[in-house]
Design a binder for this molecule. Structure first.
Ligand code: DGL
Length: 259
């Protein structure tokens, strides 16, 4: 059985494109519709109810466009709404973001793990539960990446200001000996080159969960018999609740090399 309908990928803005890239890489034959809200970004300091309503509107929109599966490529929306969304749309598989605390805690040698995410994600149950479950015997240091989302949204990743923000955020975890830093927000991989510069000289591995999320998409497509047919030509579309200019930025950022 084949299913040529697109996969929907949603984020508050540009950040989920880090997941979009991974999905495109492992599933080059699948059509993708990327929805970057844009109008209501950033989500990180909004209330849980607000984020849930925004996520509901976005996922409803993607399903309305005929998506066969939706990836909530936003840790903040996942933390606030994933159970609600799965209950509301039981016929469509919905994949969320997992904070990659588990692989970090399982592999740390120093026993200290840093987690960068938005405020809203860090004070959510999902992060607390994951940290409590896998972080036994490990010191998990959560830090909100203040200003990170705005830097990425404004294409200012390669600025001295970005470097200063990143340096400030990771200072404490580096001083305490963290050897794993988890990127708990899908905007943050765009700041990875800056982060790599900042941690140079420290023995630190940066963990981005998006490849694991893309593998989960592959698995669910297989299990559900939802894979596109062999001859299907993948199409990529980009939509937003903001304006046409923002939509064009999504298109451009999707192809921007991470450097
Ligand atoms: N990219 C999102 C995340 O993964 C949300 C960023 C925001 O809008 O604050 O958490």
């Amino acid at each position: 059985m084949n299913d040529n309908r697109p996969i929907g990928i949603y984020d508050s803005g540009l950040g989920g494109l880090s997941v979009w890239r991974e999905v495109r890489k492992v599933l080059p034959g699948e059509s993708l519709v990327y929805l970057g809200d844009g109008k209501n970004c950033p989500y990180g300091s909004r209330s849980r109810e607000e984020v849930r309503d925004l996520a509901d509107k976005a996922v409803g929109h993607l399903i309305g466009r005929g998506c066969k599966m939706v990836v909530v490529a936003c840790n903040t929306a996942t933390a606030a709404a994933i159970d609600f969304l799965r209950e509301k749309y039981p016929d469509i598989p919905i994949v969320g973001m997992e904070p990659a605390v588990k692989p970090a805690c399982l592999t740390t040698r120093t026993g200290v793990v840093g987690v960068l995410a938005t405020e809203r994600s860090l004070d959510g149950d999902l992060f607390r539960r994951t940290a409590a479950r896998y972080g036994r015997g490990v010191e998990v240091i959560p830090v909100a990446g203040r200003g990170f989302v705005e830097l990425v949204e404004q294409d200012r990743e390669q600025t001295p200001e970005a470097e200063a923000c990143v340096r400030e955020a990771v200072g404490e975890m580096l001083r305490k000996g963290a050897d794993r830093i988890v990127l708990g927000c899908t905007h943050y991989p765009f700041l990875k080159p800056v982060l790599e510069r900042v941690v140079r000289g420290y023995d630190v591995e940066i963990i981005d969960p998006s490849p694991a999320v893309a593998r989960r998409v592959v698995q669910l497509l297989r299990e559900g018999g939802l894979e596109a047919g062999e001859g299907h030509r993948a199409e990529y579309s980009f939509v937003t609740f903001a304006d046409e200019e923002y939509r064009l930025r999504l298109e451009r950022k999707a192809e921007q090399p991470l450097k």
